[in-house]
Design a protein around this ligand. Structure first.
Ligand code: ATP
Length: 202
């Protein structure tokens, strides 16, 4: 089964950009945000459990999860929020690991924005962090989404700090340079992970 590498980084740090460079090298990506949607898609056990618990008021006309309605139900209720997280988090974790292990590439990259926040290091063999000084992180996120500085700063205040992420990671990709610089770092890590993958299989 494929070796699992976890990729993380703060908002606007360049996770998607970096993940796509690994994909260009034939590495399968498993995206936590996509899996989180999949485990509550129509027909899933996850959605059935949510409807069982909260009632059909959390469904829209098409039978999809109405995220706004669900948010209303858990927003001011820590117990309901805890119930929801206790349902969703294990589903996402096991699905990601299963999917990663089934990957056909030499290793699989699990893209997990909140890997450090949720303490998920043990799911993967190594953690690589996309690192950027906070000032540049804010600048790029504002430029990309046309977000206000205060919104971006607020999101960052609720995420791990740059230092916490570096402390929790095995490898670091410095994304303060240009795309050529980034590509070179990805190439180097990719070779290291291929070597690890060979030892992992034997
Ligand atoms: P989010 O957590 O918000 O989804 P992310 O970590 O996936 O973000 P990206 O979307 O890859 O980050 O990058 C954020 C923005 O910065 C994008 O507009 C991207 O094009 C740009 N960007 C990424 N790397 C660089 C770089 N080395 N130089 C300049 N701009 C960059």
């Amino acid at each position: 089964s494929a070796l699992l590498i976890g990729l993380t980084g703060g908002i606007g740090s360049g996770k998607t950009t970096v993940a796509n460079l690994f994909a260009d090298r034939g590495i399968e990506l498993i995206d936590a945000d996509l899996i989180a949607r999949e485990v509550v898609a129509p027909g899933s056990d996850g959605l059935a459990a949510i409807v069982d618990h909260f009632g059909s008021g959390v469904l829209d006309e098409e039978g999809q999860l109405d995220r706004a309605a669900l948010r209303q139900r858990v927003f001011h209720d820590d117990q309901e929020l805890a119930w929801l997280n206790a349902l969703i988090h294990p589903l996402v974790r096991t699905t990601m690991v299963e999917r990663g292990r089934q990957a056909r590439s030499a290793y699989a990259l699990l893209v997990i924005p909140l890997l450090i926040e949720n303490g998920l290091q043990s799911l993967v063999e190594r953690v690589v962090v996309v690192d950027l000084p906070e000032t540049e992180q804010i600048r790029r996120t504002m430029a990309r989404d046309d977000n206000s500085r205060s919104l971006v700063e607020n999101i960052m205040a609720n995420q791990a700090s740059r230092q916490q992420r570096l402390d929790g990671a095995d490898d670091r990709i410095d994304n303060s340079g240009d795309l050529a610089d980034l590509t070179q770092q990805v190439d180097t890590l990719h070779q290291q992970y291929l070597t690890l993958a060979r030892n992992h299989d034997s």
